[in-house]
Ligand binder design. Sequence first.
Ligand SMILES: Cc1cc2nc3c(=O)[nH]c(=O)nc-3n(C[C@H](O)[C@H](O)[C@H](O)COP(=O)(O)OP(=O)(O)OC[C@H]3O[C@@H](n4cnc5c(N)ncnc54)[C@H](O)[C@@H]3O)c2cc1C
Length: 402
Amino acid sequence: MNTLYDVAVVGAGASGLLCALECARGGKRVLVLEKDPLPARKILVSGNGRCNLTNRHVSPAAYHADPNLIESALAHFSFENCRHYFENLGVLLTEQEQGRIFPATGKATAVADSLKAALKETGAELLCGYEVTHIQRTKTDFVVSTQQGPTVHARNVVLACGSCAYPQVTGTNAGYELARQLGHTVLPPRPVLSGLCLKETALARLSGVKCQVRTTAHTTPAAHAEGELIFTNYGVNGPAALNISQAVSRALASGPVKVEINFLPQLENPGDFLQARLTRLGTRKPKDFFAGLIHESLANLLIDFTGLRKQIPTQEQNMQRAFQTLTAWPVTVTALRPWKEAMVAAGGVKTREINYNTFESLLCPGLYITGELLDVDGKSGGFNLHFAWASGFAAAQAIKEK
Ligand SMILES: Cc1cc2nc3c(=O)[nH]c(=O)nc-3n(C[C@H](O)[C@H](O)[C@H](O)COP(=O)(O)OP(=O)(O)OC[C@H]3O[C@@H](n4cnc5c(N)ncnc54)[C@H](O)[C@@H]3O)c2cc1C
């Protein structure tokens, strides 16, 4: 370990591996230090083991972050760049609904193994089982100390430690601590892309039911999401819950958050639709009136919730009330599910303290900070991995030019 490396990358996750690969391809002497016995573990669990690695619709609107930072990252590594990059690594890709991109094998190993193989081909060194505990900036270089003993010298350091989300798979506070040691501000991390706990315990009756919905969180500004909602014993999960979780998480600091669920998002004019249905099926009992329109368990709950008696034929006034509920069902979020269920952390290293073009620290020259360690979080759908790749790529470009 007496070598002076051009680059020491801390963390062999998405951002660190891609950054290391690019630096090594650019002729730099690279060492990657990973605390876990294995690299790329979060890539392997991503997308339910299928790795939703990017999204055709990647844009600043998909992130909670300064849009200028995301613009800059995407200027270095756009959706097309990302697609070509992984295809050139040998990963055949497939596109699924809403622009989500997966490896065609349906396995995250396709992404992780291709990155690892390409890194190996460059001659870069990857040391697993070494946790970086301290980094010191000297006049000439960085001294990187590990818990296991060895100390490394490097001209540049890339902090790609990820966030504290999902601690059972590498999530840690270590990166925040290292960034603080080097003078950076860390905005308190909060779990996001996590299920929503609801006050209305009656909804647990729907546990296991999946519906296509539109959700609206009464936050400032209001947050909307459309897609699948999965009912659970604690509340709701699925993209329509996850994609309002960032806004809800912030608003929860001031108390419980009201959310409306529209169970009929496909209807442009629910009033007209109801009138037409009443004309055709108005003589049915309420339960039969809703058959074929919504899930049976939801229909039963709606009938109880709105006080419709099951045995009488439908009455227009009652049905209007029921329909209003179906298109704006009120629920109250009391909390987000804990870190071990959160896919991503909001908060992290303050982005104003890095150069948006190079991801180099404005406080500590030669230090680069990339990926989820930064105060950037994206919607579900491949956006978080895209930012990890893009920021790692941008940092590598800057290091290569040195
Ligand atoms: C269950 C789950 C599913 C997900 N699915 C998707 C998905 O399908 N699409 C998507 O876009 N995003 C998904 N994400 C989010 C995505 O995985 C992360 O945003 C992304 O991996 C962040 O990349 P990163 O390189 O910043 O950090 P990571 O990939 O987390 O890598 C950080 C690495 O640094 C190491 N490390 C940390 N501290 C130290 C230290 N002190 N010394 C040495 N090593 C250290 C860690 O062990 C880890 O290996 C998912 C997340 C989870 C938890």
